[in-house]
Structure formats: C-alpha cells, structure tokens
Design a protein around this ligand. Structure first.
Ligand code: SF4
Ligand code: SF4
Length: 143
C-alpha cells in the first residue's frame, strides 16, 4: 500500500466523515487495512495517494481543494516525515509505522504544529483525543 505521510494520521482519527461517499469508502478501507494488517508493507509518499484518487478535490495528481492546497498538504507530509525521521518512498510495515506515530506524535502540541488549520480537527479523534489528554493534564475545561 502507498499512503501520503499526513494521511497516516488522518486515517487514525477518521470517524466516517469526508468529502464524498467514494472518499469515505476509501478511507474506511484504508483504515481497516492499516489497523489490522501489521505486516503489510507501506510506502510513504509526499504526494497524492489512493485516498486522493478517491477524493473530489484531486485533479491531475494535485490537491486542488484550495488555491494553495497542493503546496500546503505537501508541507504537511514533510512535517510528518521529519517528525518520524523518515523520507518519502521509505517502506515500513503498517505495525511499525503505527507504533512510530504513536511514539513520536504523542502530544497535542506536536500534532497542532502538523495539522495547522485542518477543517476536520473537531471530527478527528486523533486530534481531539490528544487535546483532551492535554486539557486534562493542564487542568483545563473542554471548549
Ligand atoms: S486534524 Fe486533520 S490533518 Fe490532523 S490528523 Fe486529523 S484529519 Fe488529519
Ligand atoms: S486531494 Fe487533497 S483534500 Fe483530497 S485527500 Fe488528497 S490531500 Fe486530502
């Protein structure tokens, strides 16, 4: 399987919402495979993947969600690769990748730097889960 780096995080936080029925179907499929096939080799990309191929925002191999989306999502991929100590086209098993992500991106502060102003933050359990932990630790109330 090939997956763009930041989609690894999105898949972990995916709760069945998305840009179109085809996109949701693909995300559901990729999430199930990544989370249940720990030996599966996964090639990490900093470009469009099969999730993008099922997304209505993808055109000609580029993310066209907004004017600057192609550049912005590539930068997000690079941030994830850098935090994980990987480079584009590296191949790891799904199990090792998930362990690495949970080890290296284990705080809300780290995730905020990666996700920026992603519009799915409130429905992404990876994001809301780490935020909740941070709020609890800081003794803050949920907003
Ligand atoms: S907040 Fe957005 S970019 Fe970050 S992991 Fe969730 S869906 Fe992906
Ligand atoms: S085309 Fe853009 S919005 Fe769609 S899945 Fe790919 S990166 Fe996300």
């Amino acid at each position: 399987m090939k997956i763009r780096a930041h989609h690894l995080l999105c898949v972990l936080g995916f709760q069945g919402l998305g840009y179109s029925p085809e996109f949701i179907k693909k995300m559901t499929q990729v999430k199930r495979i990544i989370e249940t096939s720990s030996r599966l080799p996964v090639k990490i990309l900093n470009s469009c993947d099969e999730i993008c191929s099922a997304c209505p925002n993808q055109q000609n191999g580029r993310c066209q969600k907004g004017e600057y989306s192609h550049k912005r999502v590539k930068e997000t991929d690079e941030k994830v690769l850098s935090v994980l100590g990987l480079k584009s086209l590296d191949i790891l098993s799904a199990g090792k990748l998930l362990k690495l992500i949970k080890k290296k991106i284990d705080s809300f502060q780290k995730l905020v730097k990666i996700c920026g102003i992603c519009g799915w933050r409130e429905t992404c359990t990876y994001y809301t889960g780490l935020r909740k932990k941070w709020q609890k630790k800081e003794g803050r109330y949920e907003t």
